[in-house]
Design a protein around this ligand. Structure first.
Ligand SMILES: *Cc1c(COP(=O)(O)O)cnc(C)c1O
Length: 398
């Protein structure tokens, strides 16, 4: 069975009613025949049929043994970290999602779990930094917003030889593009808020484990901590996943066209997109990803913050907002928004300059998206839009 068929047919028809769409079991509890004798469900924090349908679907899609649905991407990440104990160490990608950075350094460090960061785009750095204490290696690929790619297979071998678990945050790639478990990872997490939901209408997270032993541990934590996904939102994520392959394929095609356009524009300095041969990790991306993704980032000549702001506020179809992965195009300026809390020096080292703009390419026609960006860039660089250097100049122009 090909993947798209598997996505659409791995959820069985509802056995009770024949409903082709998984029913939303909007209930907290389930009536029991005798104490402890029930139809497999007793309380919706522990298990719910709609959530279970999603959990089984994502396990299938990621080639894992078990899947788990959480109230957000961060609560999914939180459940994985709870596998560790005080004294253990996490070795994480340095270009990590800001929310995961905050959770690791401001919550778990306080509870005795230490965290080290390294540039995982070179697997040798992982080899050099991993230690006896390292119980968890944490990789994101591609990263946000400069789309760095790490060699998951190489890192998995290093983690395994050290007896550490490897968890991959697969949010930016999505499971139709990249299968970390197939590449050797033990655990995969997603912010289903992004491509899996796909319509910018919910917050959700998923964990998938390679084997049942890890699955039982995550199941225990999910029930014990309780940050579960509601039945209605589980249903929405299932509906999103049904079109995932089609959407991600089109996001990538549009993104490629936009990236090509930006690369040829004289006002643009760097374009970050793993599908361009100019990308630093192009070869690894090609090896481990089916589609290069739908995110394109770029910065401007002279790193001009004001012009970047002008572009970000003069597009018609690209809406200025955080988040990504939805059907409608979004853009943001990470230095001012998602990455504002990171010191400027570190940001600049990671390529997150003041003028860097991140695009989440939607499913509008690519020609319209390119025209939209072109007019906004031209406006930002037009002579009428030169940034004024003093107030005197302001009076003169009046
Ligand atoms: C958004 C995101 C998260 C956090 O997910 P939420 O659903 O917002 O809690 C984690 N990792 C990555 C890569 C993300 O983009």
């Amino acid at each position: 069975m090909k993947e798209q068929t598997k996505i659409l047919h791995s959820i069985p028809v509802d056995p009770l009613t024949g409903a082709i769409s998984t029913p939303i079991y909007q209930t907290s509890t389930f009536v029991q025949d005798e104490p402890g004798i029930h139809k497999g469900f007793d309380y919706s924090r522990t298990n719910n049929p709609t959530r279970k349908a999603l959990e089984d679907l994502i396990a299938t899609l990621e080639n894992g043994a078990q899947g788990f649905a959480f109230a957000s991407g961060l609560s999914a990440i939180d459940a994985v970290v709870k596998l560790l104990s005080a004294g253990d160490e996490i070795l994480a990608v340095d270009d990590i999602y800001g929310g995961a950075f905050r959770l690791f350094t401001q919550v778990y460090t306080r509870l005795g779990i230490t965290v080290k960061f390294c540039d995982t785009t070179n697997a040798e750095n992982v080899f050099n930094q991993i230690s006896e204490k390292t119980k968890l290696v944490w990789v994101e690929s591609p990263t946000n917003p400069t789309l760095k790619i790490s060699d998951i297979e190489a890192i998995a071998k290093i983690a395994k030889a050290n007896g550490s678990l490897l968890c991959v945050d697969n949010t930016f790639a999505s499971p139709v593009s990249q299968k970390p478990i197939h590449l050797g990872a033990d655990i995969v997490v997603h912010s289903a808020t992004k491509y899996l939901g796909g319509h910018s209408d919910l917050i959700s997270g998923l964990v998938i484990t390679k084997n049942d032993a890890l699955g039982e541990k995550i199941k225990f934590i999910q029930n014990a901590s309780g940050a579960v996904l509601a039945p209605f939102d589980s249903w929405l994520v299932i509906r999103g996943i049904e079109t995932l392959d089609l959407r991600v394929k089109q996001h990538a095609e549009n993104a490629y066209k936009v990236a090509r356009f930006l690369s040829s524009n004289p006002f643009i300095k760097n374009v970050y997109f793993p599908g361009l041969s100019s990308h630093a990790n192009f070869e690894i991306a090609r090896k481990q990803m089916k589609y290069p993704g739908g995110i394109v980032s770029f910065d401007l000549v002279q790193d001009d913050k004001n012009r970047a702001k002008s572009i970000a506020t003069h597009t018609a179809y690209f809406k200025l907002a955080e988040s990504l992965g939805g059907v409608k195009s979004l853009l943001c300026i990470p230095a001012e928004m998602t990455h504002k809390s990171i010191p400027a020096e570190i940001r600049n080292q990671n390529g997150v300059t003041d003028s860097l703009i991140r695009l989440s390419i939607g499913l509008e026609d690519a020609d319209d998206l390119i025209a939209d960006l072109e007019q906004a860039i031209n406006f930002a660089f037009s002579t009428e839009n030169q940034p004024i250097k003093s107030l005197k100049e302001f009076y003169v122009t009046k």
